[in-house]
Structures are given as C-alpha cells and as structure tokens.
Design a protein around this ligand. Structure first.
Ligand code: BGC
Length: 497
C-alpha cells in the first residue's frame, strides 16, 4: 500500500513555495478528473440523440417516438442503461488493480496506463459500428477512470504543499465538474450535427486523455512514491525541485518517517477490519453511498432525458443540462472558499435541507401535473422545475460532492489511509453503477415517486450527519484518533484504551 503523507488540516510549516512546476503538474494530473467528469456528462446527451438511438437502440427510439404512450418510460431500457453503467462496473474492478499498480509502479505510471486505456476506449466508442464495440469501449473507458481516480487524488495530495492540500483536493472535484460542463456544451453543439454528432461527442473524450498521456512525460513522480519504492535520493531531488528550495529536510524527514510507519503495517486491509478502524471506514463508505443516493447522478447522467420527460424539446433539454452544469462548477468554487471556514458539518447539513426541499417540490409538481399518459408540463412550470434542479445541484456541489471525497481522505490514520481511501473509491463506483443502471427503470416504475425516494434518503443522511459525523475542520490530520474519534460520544467505544 502506498503511503499518503498528510492530506489536510493544520500542517507543519515546511520550507518551500508553490512552484510553477507544481502548478503545471497539478493541472496535467487534474485532466484525469476532467476525463471522469466528461464521461459523466456525455452519456446522457448521447443517449438522448436520435441518430445514436436509431443506430444502436432502435427499440428505444421507437418507444421515444410514441412517447405519448407513457411520459416516464421514454427511455427505459436495460441495454441503454448498460451503455452508461458498464463504465462504472469496470472502474470498480479496475480500481483494485490500480491500487496495486500505483503502489508498485508509482502514480505517474498509473496515470499513463489510465490514459492509454481511455484512448483505446475512445476509439472503440467513437468509431463504434455495433453495440458490442460500444460496450467494450465503455469497459475500457471504465478501466481508464478506475486507474485515474485511484492515482490522481493521491498524486495531487502528495505533490501539493501541505498548507493548501485541502484546496488542491477540492480542485480535483472542480475539474470533474468542469468536465461535466464541457461535455454538456459539446452535446448541445453536436446534437445539431446529423448523423454523426454523437461520434464527435464521444471522440472529444480523447482530448483530456491525450493531455494526460503526453503531459505524463512532463510531470514528475511524487517524492512519497519514490521514497516508498526505495528511490530515496531521487525522492529528495524531486522534493527540492517541486518546492523550489534547497533545504527540504523537514518535509523529507516526515515523508521518510511516514513511509517507514506505513511499511511496518504489512496488512493495511486486515488492520482496516479491526474495530479501531471502524469509525473512519464506516464514514468513508457511507459518505459515498449517501453521495450517490442524493440522486445527483440521475441529473448528471440523465438531465437531458429528464428534461425531455418533462416536455422540453431535445435542444432545450440539452440547454437546460448546460445550465445545471454551470451551476455545478460555480458552486464548487464556493466550497473551496467555505470548507475551512464554516466547516464540513454545516455545509453537509445545510445542503440536506436544500436538497430535501427541492427534491420534494419537484416530486409534488410532477405528481400533480405530469401524468404518465397526459400532456407534458406547461412552459412556466417546466422552467420552475429547472430552477429547482439548479438549486438542488448547487446544494450538492458545495457539500456532498467535494466532501464525499475530502472527508475519507483526511480521517484515516496514516497506516490505513490509502487502503481506506480505496474503499471510498470503489463504493463510489459501485453506487454510481447502481444509480446509472437503475435510474431509468425506476423513473418508469416509480414515476414522480422517484423524487420522494431520493428525498427520503436525504433525511437518512441528514440524521447520520447530525448524530454521527464529527467535525474535522482544522484538526491536524495525524491527531484525528485522539482529538476526534476518542472524544466522540458514539465512535469512542471502538477506540479501546
Ligand atoms: C461524484 C459524481 C458526480 C459529480 C457531480 C462527484 O463528486 O462522485 O458521481 O457526478 O460529483 O459533480
């Protein structure tokens, strides 16, 4: 298991600057996040394009043309959902392999492999001639995402100067949201290009992968990964280069110390199963489960489909998806600003109220006015629903989105940090897969009830946060056990003496 040196909190002052070289490395690596985000955003638009449906999903296309038969079931098709979800299943499996590769061969190599998987996936999907090619392509894209998501956050945390590690961590999520937005914009543009617009959408996923692939020859390996793999002197040189100073002894010593401690723990996964690891492990997994059960990806994947369900024309539906994409990016900036000022709990709890209200009101409107076989929503009402969706996305973007990743990265003690984080990544992929695979069928069967289903989950996650999630703002990362877990009214019982 790789060692991650502190990722957030009050950091010891080490010498050094935030050098241009680090900025370049961070931007190149973050293209891995862009790859992930682009994929989230592109699928919904492509699966709502007629040319794409006609070619690969003629049955869905026919059903869509006779949509007046049932408003909520226009797109319900297991194989159409498999198009979207196969990627996440592949990513889930790949992330375990990637965790080994990133510890044995380094983060840089893992990112290179990610970009190559991704590029082959792009060729197969964009050049797809039949459904088999498309699905195999999606699986390869998933391997790319699995490898990238394992390596990029680690790379960023290890490269960032300790004092701004939290902000750099959220920058990953920022690139994810930018990727989603860019994908929405591209879908909006290509939906007017017949009959191959969808190919352009899928092909452009190659751009971030290409940047990552070429850029990975420019970036360095992280000092932590080098030292961990016994390239100690090289590790010291790289540290000097990225900090822009000669004297890096303090930071170097702390990395060596962290690596030694991590090395002593021969079985981090076994240690993770011990009671004392339970609090951060349960929280890391549940935050990801809850993050997905907010219903966010029903919107990120299927916004155009959802907006069409409410009666928007194809281009208006795609335009509305662009609007939600902008709200997502802008609100993530707010999180960067607020997370260390107001704290994690306030952001999460406030967002629960906001998301609960918006999901419930959308549910009521649809229940009242969008009957399975009746007319679509009126224009005013449909616009109001788009505004509600934006408010929902806003709440998510400054809370459960970034914090679902940040909190698991800062609550594990060093010796189980990367093993624990692997559980967070794979839980995310698993539940993203479940939502992607099930959402359209749920929409068809539960109709407006789906929004109450997500609203009910928001009550559960809000209660969990209120009672069981401790505040970790400003707590030094390596003092979590003493300052947080041992003091907590519930979790302290797992901590022993
Ligand atoms: C989630 C994704 C989601 C995205 C939306 C991420 O934190 O893991 O599933 O699509 O946020 O911005």
């Amino acid at each position: 298991m790789p060692a991650v040196v502190a990722s957030h909190g009050d950091m010891p002052e080490h010498e050094g600057r935030f050098t241009i070289y680090v900025i370049v490395c961070v931007i190149i690596a973050a293209f891995g996040g862009l790859m992930f985000g682009y994929d989230i955003g592109i699928s919904g638009g492509v699966t709502s394009m007629d040319d794409f449906l006609k070619k690969f999903f003629p049955v869905v296309y026919e059903r869509k043309r006779h949509a007046h038969e049932n408003n909520y079931c226009k797109y319900n098709s297991q194989s159409l959902q498999l198009f979207t979800s196969s990627l996440y299943l592949a990513a889930l499996l790949a992330s375990f392999a990637a965790s080994r590769v990133s510890s044995k061969a380094g983060r840089k190599r893992t990112m290179q492999i990610a970009s190559i998987f991704f590029l082959i996936g792009v060729i197969l999907t964009a050049g797809g001639l039949n459904i088999e090619m498309i699905i195999i392509g999606r699986i390869l894209l998933g391997c790319g995402v699995g490898f990238a998501n394992q390596a990029v956050p680690l790379f960023l945390s290890e490269l960032a100067p300790p004092k701004i590690r939290g902000a750099i961590n959220i920058a990953f999520q920022l690139f994810v949201t930018i990727g989603i937005l860019v994908a929405n914009l591209i879908n909006y543009w290509t939906s007017g290009i017949h009959s191959h617009g969808w190919r352009i959408s899928l092909a452009l996923a190659g751009v971030p992968a290409l940047v990552l692939c070429v850029g990975s020859f420019v970036i360095c390996e992280t000092p932590t990964s080098l030292i961990e793999r016994d390239e100690v002197e090289k590790g010291r040189q790289v540290l000097r280069k990225i900090r822009g100073v000669e004297n890096v002894d303090d930071e170097f010593d702390s990395i060596v110390h962290a690596c030694e401690m991590a090395r002593q723990e021969k079985h981090p996964f076994r240690k993770l199963m011990k009671p004392a690891s339970r609090p951060p492990l349960v929280i890391a997994i549940l935050l990801q489960v809850f993050q997905q059960f907010t219903g966010i990806n029903a919107i990120m994947f299927y916004a155009p489909v959802l907006f069409q369900t409410m009666g928007f024309r194809n281009d208006a539906a795609l335009a509305s998806a662009v609007i939600t994409g902008v709200v997502n990016v802008v609100s993530t900036f707010f999180s960067v600003y607020a997370v260390d000022r107001v704290g994690r709990r306030i952001l999460l709890l406030e967002a629960c109220v906001q998301m609960f209200l918006t999901q419930s009101i959308i549910g009521v409107i649809l229940l009242k006015d969008l009957k399975p076989t009746g007319d679509n929503l009126g224009r005013g009402e449909a616009t109001f629903v788009v505004i509600l969706v934006c408010l929902f996305v806003m709440g998510f973007a400054w809370s459960w989105g970034p914090l679902g990743w940040l909190i698991p990265s800062e609550t594990f003690p060093l010796e189980t940090r990367t093993a624990g984080f692997a559980f967070a990544v794979s839980s995310n992929m698993l539940f993203t897969f479940i939502i992607a695979q099930a959402f359209l069928s749920m929409l068809c069967n539960m109709q407006a009830g789906i929004f109450f289903f997500f609203a009910a989950w928001i009550i559960i996650m809000g209660s969990f946060t209120w009672f069981l999630l401790p505040e970790t703002k400003g707590v030094p990362i390596d003092s979590m056990v003493d300052e947080v877990w041992k003091q907590h009214w519930f979790w302290s019982r797992f901590m022993g003496k």
